[in-house]
Design a protein around this ligand. Sequence first.
Ligand code: FES
Ligand code: FES
Length: 196
Amino acid sequence: MAQSTSSVITLNVNGEKRTLPVDHRTTLLDALRERLDLTGTKKGCDQGQCGACTVLIDGRRAVSCLQLAVAAEGREITTIEGLADGDQLHPVQQAFLDLDGFQCGYCTPGQICSALAVIEEHAAGWPSAATTDVRPEAGVPPLTADEIRERMSGNLCRCGAYVSIVQAVARAAGVETAQAAPALPQQGRTEEGTAA
Ligand code: FES
Ligand code: FES
C-alpha cells in the first residue's frame, strides 16, 4: 500500500495556531511564505548559506529553509512579523531603523531575528569563536564589534550594510557603540615571551 506523502499539521507561529495540509517535503520557509502568507521571512539561497530565512524556533535561531515544516509541529516559531507589539517596534527593529542597518532590506528580517538570539546568547554567557577568554571565571565577554561580527556571521548582506548592522546590534544590546576587541590575555608568559 502506498504511503501518504502529506499530513495535516498545526504550527504555532507568533503565538497563533495555524493548521494546514503539507507535503512532507515542504520546508518551514515555504510553509511560512507560500502557505501562511508570512512573507517577511525571505528566501535567499534556499540551501542554508545566507541566513535570510532565519526565524526563531523555541527561542533559538534556525534557518527555515533547512527545516521541514512537519518537524516544526509543536514548537514555538517566531518570525519577523511576530516581533513588534502593535505599532511599537521591537528594540532590535528600532535600532536597525535608527542606525540604517540595511540598504535593500532583503536580508534584514533574518538579520533582526538572528540579532535577537545573539543578544540573548551573549547575555547568557555563551562564548563565540571570537571570545578571547573562555574561562568560566571570565564571565560574560564584552560585546565587542568582533564578537557581534562573529556571532552574526551566518547572515549575509549583499549590500554590505555590515558597519551599521554591527552598530544596531550593539545599540539593541545596550552597548552604545561596539568597541574593538580587547587584547588577548597574556597569562603564563614571562617577559621574554616564553611560557612560565
Ligand atoms: S534561504 Fe535559508 S539560508 Fe539562505
Ligand atoms: S540590506 Fe540588502 S542584502 Fe542586506
